[in-house]
Structure formats: C-alpha cells, structure tokens
Design a protein around this ligand. Structure first.
Ligand code: APR
Length: 314
C-alpha cells in the first residue's frame, strides 16, 4: 500500500513538495490548507496531470483534518514566508501561532505519525513543536540542513565546475546565520575541497558566504516570497529517507541529548532516518572550529527560544 503523507500548507513549498511526491510515486498525499479551496484546486490540478505523467499516487485537497487520519508522515509548511529585508526570525510570532493551530488539529487525527516541520524560523519552530505536541523526539524533526547542504553543494559546484553528483558536503547547525558548512569534510570526486581550489582560503570563504546567503538571494530576486523548489525537493529527500531507511546520514533538525556536547535542543545534525523517524544521530569527527561553531549555534537557538517563550507566554 502507498504510504499516506499529509502536507499542511498548500502554498509554494507544500504544493511543490506534493507534486514531486506524486511524480516519483512515493506516496498518496493529502494537501491541507486554511484556504480550503486553494488546497482543493491545486490537488485537482495535480490529479489532472496524472495521465500525462503516468503516476499512480493520488492527492486530495482539504480543509478538514478528518481527511488526514492515520497519516504515516505529516509535513507542516503552513506559515508566512520571508519578504525582502526580513530574517527568518522576523516570522516567529505569526508562524508560532499557526504551528500551534496546525498541531492541535493534526495530532488527534494522526497520533502515530512522523512529524516533519518546515515552517521558518525552522529551529525555533521545531523546538516549539516539541513543547506543544508532547511527541517523542524520535517522531519529530525539521527540514533545514538538507536544504542548506544542497545550497553548499551548489556553491561548490559553481566554484569548481564539478558535477553536483561528485560532491559530498554537509551543513549542520541552525537553519540561518548560525549554520555550519562542514568545510573540513567537503570533497569533490573524493578529494578534499581545499586541495582542488586555486586560492583555497578566499574561495572557501566565498563558497561559505554563498551557502549562508543562498535563501536570501532567492528572496531578493523573487521579492514576493521565499525559495520553494529546493526546499520542496529537500522535503522529498527526507520523506524518502524515512520511508526507505537510507543508510547515509542526512542533516536533520533533531533533538540532541548530549551528542556533540549539546543537550536539550533540536538542531541540524547528521542523522539516520528510517520508519521510526530519527533512528540515530551520527557524531562526525568535526574540526575544533566547526564543533565550536555548532555549540555556539545551539546556544543561540536556546537563547532565542527563551526570548520567544517569554513573548508568546508559553
Ligand atoms: N493552517 C493551514 N494552512 C495555513 C495556515 C493554517 N493555520 N496558515 C497559513 N496557511 C497556509 C496559507 O494559506 C498558505 O497557502 O500556508 C500556506 C503558505 O504558503 P506560502 O505563503 O506560499 O509560503 P511558502 O513559500 O510555501 O512557505 C511556507 O515554509 O520555507 C518555509 O519560510 C517558509 O515559513 C514558510 C513556509
């Protein structure tokens, strides 16, 4: 039987993720939105594509969580995206209220599902979702690191003219300014990144900057919203890892309980995913500066979360 995936938020990210899941025949999808007819309209449009694209998966649009009952995976993309000049943190108040609202409706319908949070600011939203939902940490995770890693690979590909498929590179840490591109582990065709660059110091700094600014660069060009193709594709990579139990670790926003010397916070770290959700947090041997950056990133998320709890009176 096809797995059942609910996507809450039928906007740019949610609907694009739905279309990719259908085209790959990965799951039957329920697309939910507060704007019910948007969800229904996009689902109908996608169903009308079936004969052309020859996929068997189905999608239905809805404003009613009864239709999401017994989902295997619930993806939450509902929220407001960034506009030019905004940081992801500027979205906290409005998106926290939306997240709470969505969880209150989605959890009773699918109490055993795996929950994947996409709404920004990602790290804050996943940590809040943990407190609001009572879900075990293994069934709650966030999408940020897979996207940042894809942007890191793209920046390396641009700088080296190598095929993205020949590049291994991962970004961990917060999904924002505190992200940590793991330069020490990045390879191109199996060679350390620094060894194949003409001016390693200068070029690596530029690659890291392009990675950190990857999302903002899209926002600046679009003016009316934020990135959605690469985010949607990153959601699908995570869903496929959850369904197929991939053996290689992905950068997943998962709860740390002592790993990397960090405790009691969700942050993007190398993680093996499988049918039970977060199967294992993998402890890479990081360069000392990268470990320091990761720990500072964790501290920044904790401080922001404390501020956020005060503002939202949680
Ligand atoms: N319940 C369900 N859907 C909601 C709710 C709610 N309470 N509130 C808003 N939505 C829906 C909106 O109606 C809209 O269709 O969420 C959708 C968001 O879509 P877009 O505005 O197109 O935003 P998108 O680009 O998809 O980004 C969504 O993902 O990457 C992050 O930063 C991004 O937080 C943003 C989220």
């Amino acid at each position: 039987m096809m797995p059942k995936v609910t996507i809450v938020g039928a906007g740019h990210v949610g609907a694009t993720a739905a279309s990719l899941l259908l085209m790959k025949d990965s799951a039957d999808v329920v697309l939910v939105d507060i704007a019910e007819n948007i969800a229904k309209g996009k689902a109908l449009d996608l169903m009308q594509m079936r004969s052309n694209e020859r996929f068997k998966s189905t999608i239905c649009g809805s404003g009613d969580y009864a239709d999401t009952a017994q989902s295997d995976i619930v993806v939450i993309t509902a929220g407001v995206p960034r506009r030019p000049g905004m940081t992801r943190e500027d979205l906290i108040g409005v998106n926290a209220a939306i997240l709470q609202n969505v969880l209150t409706s989605a959890l009773p319908a699918s109490p055993d599902a795996l929950y994947l949070i996409v709404t920004n600011p990602l790290d804050i939203m996943v940590n809040l979702a943990f407190e609001l939902s009572g879900l075990p940490a293994s069934r709650l995770m966030g999408m940020g690191g897979v996207l940042d890693s894809a942007r890191f690979v793209h920046a390396i590909a641009q700088a080296t003219e190598a095929e993205p498929q020949s590049i291994e590179a991962m970004v961990i840490g917060a999904h924002g300014q505190g992200m940590v591109p793991l330069v020490s582990r990045a390879t191109v065709k199996g060679q350390p990144l620094a060894n194949i660059l003409v001016n390693p110091q200068e070029q690596i700094a530029a690659i890291v900057q392009a990675t950190v600014d990857g999302g903002a660069a899209v926002v600046e060009l679009l003016q009316t919203g934020s990135a959605f193709y690469a985010p949607a594709s990153s959601i699908v990579v995570m869903i496929e890892a959850l369904l197929d139990c991939r053996s290689d670790p992905l950068s997943v926003c998962a709860r740390l309980e002592g790993e990397y010397g960090i405790d009691g916070v969700f942050l993007c770290v190398p993680t093996r995913l499988g049918p039970h959700g977060v199967e294992q947090i993998v402890e890479f041997d990081l360069a000392p500066n990268e470990l320091g950056q990761l720990q500072r990133s964790a501290q920044a998320v904790k401080e922001q979360l404390d501020k956020c709890r005060l503002t939202l009176s949680l």
